[in-house]
Design a protein around this ligand. Structure first.
Ligand code: IPD
Length: 255
């Protein structure tokens, strides 16, 4: 997975340097796909297929592709943070997760410009390059830095998001909207951020990051406190002291 991410990132970095020449089309309002997304996805698929020919895929651009081995599938976002990428903002990454029998068992989030390889395997811990990761130990909400995602134009949930923001903002030290859900989760795993929440999020944006946070000792749930994040697109990740208080704030805000 790491080798595939590193290899596919070479063209991506080149494209980032010439972003104004890329072909860009719109999948919906504020939902862009560039030739770099498509090229990167193709490269990742080819590399992973070479390594594990039978595994299926769930791809941001190419959708579901069944494999002969029905118990394994790769879940891939070739560029998480496409809007950042297209605006020349370096906060974007490649996100690859591996699912076995419906359970996420490995994740890689690679930020090529900073050469930050976040990776985790179930039961083996989470790492940034070679360094072991641990979620933050902060206990008081007032000391925390929380990441979130704001629904794009054309997506539902603007009013609910404003209610959530109004509930969380006065309780915490700061809120950030970085523009890449996969990196938001990687930052929670690394203890850079103390928590992250978003709704209306897609499986390829969060699958790898979920493995990272869990392996770094954090909690990841949907807003019911369950584990259907990939199905219902709701996610809250935090350390074990902060998860419950944040969940309570979000649930109260949503009514
Ligand atoms: C987006 C990013 C963003 C999140 C959006 C996602 P994309 O993914 O992860 O942070 O707020 O909900 O759609 O479109 O750049 O792959």
């Amino acid at each position: 997975m790491m080798g595939a991410a590193r290899k596919a990132s070479r063209n991506l970095v080149r494209d980032y340097g010439e972003v104004e020449h890329l072909q860009v089309s719109k999948k919906g309002p504020a939902d862009f796909v560039s030739s770099a997304d498509l090229k990167t996805e193709k490269a990742l698929r080819a590399e992973l297929k070479k390594a594990r020919p039978g595994f299926g895929f769930l791809l941001e651009e190419g959708g579901e592709i069944a494999g002969d081995d029905t118990s394994h599938r790769w879940i891939i976002d070739p560029i998480d943070g496409t809007t950042n990428f297209l605006h020349g903002i370096p906060n974007f990454c490649i996100s690859i997760a591996l699912e076995r029998d419906g359970e996420l068992i490995a994740g890689v989030v690679y930020q090529p410009l900073g050469d930050e390889m976040f990776h985790a395997e179930k039961g083996a811990g989470a790492f940034l390059n070679e360094r072991r990761l641990r979620v933050s130990a902060r206990r008081k909400l007032e000391d925390t830095l929380i990441a979130t995602g704001i629904p794009f134009i054309g997506r539902p949930g603007h009013e609910t998001f404003l209610k959530e923001l109004a509930a969380v903002m006065p309780q915490v030290a700061g809120i950030r909207r970085f523009g890449s859900a996969a990196l938001d989760l990687a930052y929670v795993a690394a203890g850079r951020c103390d928590g992250y929440w978003e709704t209306g999020i897609k499986p390829w944006d969060i699958a790898a990051g979920i493995v990272l946070v869990k392996e770094a000792g954090g909690y990841v749930t949907d807003f019911q406190g369950g584990s259907k994040m990939l199905d219902n697109g709701e996610i809250l990740a935090a350390n074990d002291h902060l998860h419950q208080p944040l969940l309570k704030l979000l649930r109260t805000a949503r009514g």
